[in-house]
Design a binder for this molecule. Structure first.
Ligand SMILES: Cc1cc2nc3c(=O)[nH]c(=O)nc-3n(C[C@H](O)[C@H](O)[C@H](O)COP(=O)(O)OP(=O)(O)OC[C@H]3O[C@@H](n4cnc5c(N)ncnc54)[C@H](O)[C@@H]3O)c2cc1C
Length: 476
């Protein structure tokens, strides 16, 4: 490979790969190429329109607390397109014994911060409330990782685990609370314990600080036309000759001080650096010959399958006021649906006038076999369970199913050590960077943060190599 090769190849055109390619372009790395296996950019981000409904097949929200997602939107001109979740109907419901109960006002994740709504809610039993209040005095445990379930039981008790820890904390990851790592999935919660000895105390301290800063932004945002706008805007900003659809990478090989990226079409593209943004098993396969140990570590991160069912109804056919963002379904309720979003309440502009749009979630570790149902059977389950929950009296006017086989990573107990090991194992392959879902986070802002770090390090690496080459040439 010629010494002048300064090309960076980015593998995978989901949000992480797109953000990495965009960051390289912004940093003035002139020679890079983004390769995506399928005929569509965005990976699991997929926005579609149908009969006046706006559907998000995958993610729908950007978490404001992790600033990288919103910052990128603003940097690429999407600031005016950002919309917050509906500020008027912010309730989240929990299904308990067949009835929907709103989470008491002031609950922050699993932490009650307002006394009266907490005391008067019928969601928790008196014994459960007492145990949750005891969180203030529960002994602090420092060091080491533990599961979401162990953490919740220890701090808030078994009832809070059943009604909040499992459907809310583990539910976000479609995972098993007994296996997911609290430190990898909700580091803020374990940090609050470490710092304040109690999450309740910690959240009050954070609230006082926020008030003094006058911050009142919403927790989640999206884009007026859906998150597909983010994908489109990124694609537009990456020059056409620097991106390619329909190119599946088969392997990355070492070639001198650089790499060769082999595609399924038989091409062999040389690169000085490679940013691998093909998550989980896909990334592991690409690395399997070059770096068997990191490939095995990567492959050991489990991914689970989920399905999303959208149902659109005439407003008049739904009795529930849908006055919230949606509902969580604890495992003990014995439904196949794990959660649902009242999509047309959560965001403006998601359903035509006089209609509503709801979205049911299925699968994950709780019910992997639901993915074996064909579309008709899955839609039937969704209609029946959602229909009962929101009191539907008519037929849906829209029905859409999206499946995400192996689409959701599980950051299990020990995940952070696994990723640290992966980074050590990759140290012998300078110029190779692994980013994307399931490594240093599972959300859009995590992928974007990862991408911009990798692009910066890749650019530095190229500069370092160039100066080494210049220096040695100078010496000759
Ligand atoms: C149903 C669902 C809902 C979610 N909701 C939210 C949410 O509301 N908010 C949030 O922040 N996050 C959410 N997430 C998570 C978030 O969407 C993902 O973390 C993020 O989009 C992953 O981006 P990525 O680029 O790492 O991976 P992906 O989106 O999986 O993209 C990887 C890309 O790599 C390509 N690829 C794979 N193998 C190869 C190969 N050999 N050669 C070339 N290309 C290859 C794939 O085709 C794909 O396009 C959700 C995820 C799902 C599935």
């Amino acid at each position: 490979m010629p010494e002048t090769n300064r090309r960076v190849i980015v593998v995978g055109g989901g949000v992480a790969g797109l953000a990495a390619a965009h960051a390289l372009h912004e940093r003035g790395v002139g020679d890079f190429l983004l390769l995506e296996a399928t005929r569509r950019w965005g990976g699991v981000i997929r926005t579609e329109q149908d009969g006046g409904f706006l559907l998000e097949a995958g993610p729908d929200a950007i978490l404001a607390q992790k600033p990288e997602g919103l910052a990128l939107c603003r940097a690429i001109g999407l600031g005016p397109r950002l919309i917050p979740t509906n500020p008027e109907h912010r309730s989240v419901f929990i299904l308990r014994r067949g009835c929907l109960h709103p989470l008491p006002e002031g609950m922050v994740l699993t932490i009650p911060t307002r006394v009266v709504p907490f005391l008067t809610t019928r969601l928790f039993s008196w014994r459960g409330k007492l145990r949750m209040a005891f969180e203030l005095f529960a002994p602090r445990r420092l060091g080491g990782d533990e599961s979401i379930a162990a953490f919740m039981r220890r701090r808030f008790g078994a009832e809070a685990l059943e009604l909040l820890g499992e459907p809310l904390l583990a539910g976000i990851h479609s995972g098993d609370p007994e296996r997911l790592s609290i430190r990898a999935t909700f580091p803020r919660l374990s940090d609050l314990e470490a710092r304040y000895g109690s999450l309740t105390r910690g959240i009050f301290a954070a609230r006082v600080r926020r008030r003094s800063r006058g911050s009142s932004q919403a927790l989640f945002y999206t884009l007026r036309g859906g998150l597909g706008e983010l994908v489109e805007a990124l694609v537009k900003r990456i020059p056409e000759k620097r991106r390619r659809l329909g190119t599946r990478v088969r392997a990355v090989e070492r070639a001198g001080e650089g790499y060769v990226v082999a595609t399924n079409a038989g091409e062999r593209l040389s690169a000085a650096a490679v940013i691998l943004a093909a998550p989980g098993g896909a990334g592991a396969e690409i690395l399997s010959d070059l770096a068997p140990e990191p490939a095995a570590t990567l492959k050991a991160i489990p991914f689970v399958s989920t399905a999303v069912v959208f149902l659109g109804y005439r407003r008049a056919d739904v009795d529930h006021p849908l006055d919230g963002y949606g509902a969580l379904v604890p495992r003990t309720e014995a439904l196949r649906m794990t959660a649902c979003t009242f999509f047309s309440t959560k965001y403006a502009g998601r359903a035509p006038d006089d209609h509503v749009l709801v979205r049911g979630f299925f699968g994950g570790t709780r019910d992997p076999s639901v993915l074996d149902l064909d579309d008709r059977a899955l839609a039937e389950v969704a209609r029946m369970e959602l229909g009962r929950l929101i009191e539907v009296r008519g037929e849906p006017v829209l029905e859409r199913i999206y499946r995400w086989p192996g689409g959701t990573p599980q950051m299990e107990v020990g995940h952070l050590s696994r990723v640290a090991a992966l980074e050590r194992q990759l140290a012998g392959l300078p110029g190779l960077f692994l980013i994307g879902a399931g490594l240093r986070g599972t959300g859009i802002p995590d992928g974007i943060a990862d991408a911009s770090r990798a692009a910066a390090t890749a650019a530095e690496y190229l500069d370092g190599r160039a100066s080494t080459v210049c220096h040695s040439l100078g010496a000759v």
